[in-house]
Design a protein around this ligand. Structure first.
Ligand code: SF4
Length: 188
C-alpha cells in the first residue's frame, strides 16, 4: 500500500498500467461513464458469435440492471487502451490476435491493482472473455476460472465511445490499426 498522496498514487497506478503493456491510460470519475441498455440488443444480434456461447457474455453474464448497479459502488475508473498495427486492414484473424494481446494485458492489471493495495477492483475488458481457447460454456461446463473471467464493457452497458472521450483517447483507430479498451472500476 502506498503511503503517499492521492495524486501520486494515481500517477503511479497509471505508470504501472502503461508498463504492463497498455498504450494509453487515464483515470476518470465514475460519474463520467455513460450507461446504455441498448448495447445488450447489439449483443443479442450476435455479430461477434459469442452471444450465449461465453459465460462472460450476455445473457449468461447476468441481468444488465444488476451489472449497472454494481458500478455504482465505485468512484473512479482507470481507462486503458491498446493500439495495435495491422498488416491487413480489417483482417479478422489479426483483430482476434490483437484482442488476445489486449486481454492478456487486462489480466496483468489484476496484479497491478493488488500490488497497489487496491482491493475489490472490478476489471472489465474488451469483447468476450478470451481466457480459455474454448469457453467452457460451449462445452456445457462451468467456468474454468471464475475469479479471472472478465466480462466486456458492452455487457455492462458502458458506452465505450463516450468513455474514450472522457479519458481523452481516440475511440476509432486510424486505418490500419485497431484500438481496444478496458476499464477498472475502483475506489481510492
Ligand atoms: S474463464 Fe474460460 S470458461 Fe470462464 S468465461 Fe472466460 S473463457 Fe469462459
Amino acid at each position: 500500500m502506498w503511503d503517499i498522496d492521492w495524486k501520486s498514487r494515481a500517477d503511479a497506478l497509471i505508470q504501472s498500467v502503461l508498463l504492463s503493456g497498455a498504450d494509453k491510460a487515464g483515470i476518470i470519475s465514475s460519474h463520467e461513464i455513460v450507461l446504455d441498455r441498448s448495447f445488450r440488443e447489439m449483443c443479442a444480434s450476435n455479430v461477434c458469435g459469442n452471444y450465449g456461447r461465453c459465460w462472460m457474455c450476455p445473457p449468461d453474464v447476468g441481468d444488465i440492471d444488476i451489472l449497472m448497479n454494481r458500478l455504482e459502488g465505485y468512484n473512479l475508473v482507470l481507462v486503458y487502451q491498446t493500439i495495435q498495427e495491422m498488416k491487413k486492414s480489417n483482417d479478422y484473424d489479426e483483430m482476434l490476435q490483437a484482442g488476445d494481446i489486449h486481454n492478456r494485458i487486462a489480466q496483468k492489471l489484476r496484479s497491478v491493482f493488488v500490488e497497489a493495495g487496491i482491493q475489490n477492483a472490478l476489471h472489465i475488458g474488451a469483447g468476450g472473455c478470451r481466457l480459455c481457447s474454448i469457453c467452457a460454456k460451449k462445452l456445457g461446463q462451468p467456468c474454468c476460472h471464475p475469479k479471472k473471467a472478465m466480462p466486456s464493457l458492452e455487457a455492462y452497458g458502458i458506452n465505450v465511445a463516450k468513455m474514450a472521450e472522457a479519458a481523452d483517447m481516440e475511440y476509432m483507430g486510424r486505418q490500419g490499426s485497431v484500438h481496444y479498451f478496458g476499464a477498472v472500476f475502483f475506489n481510492l
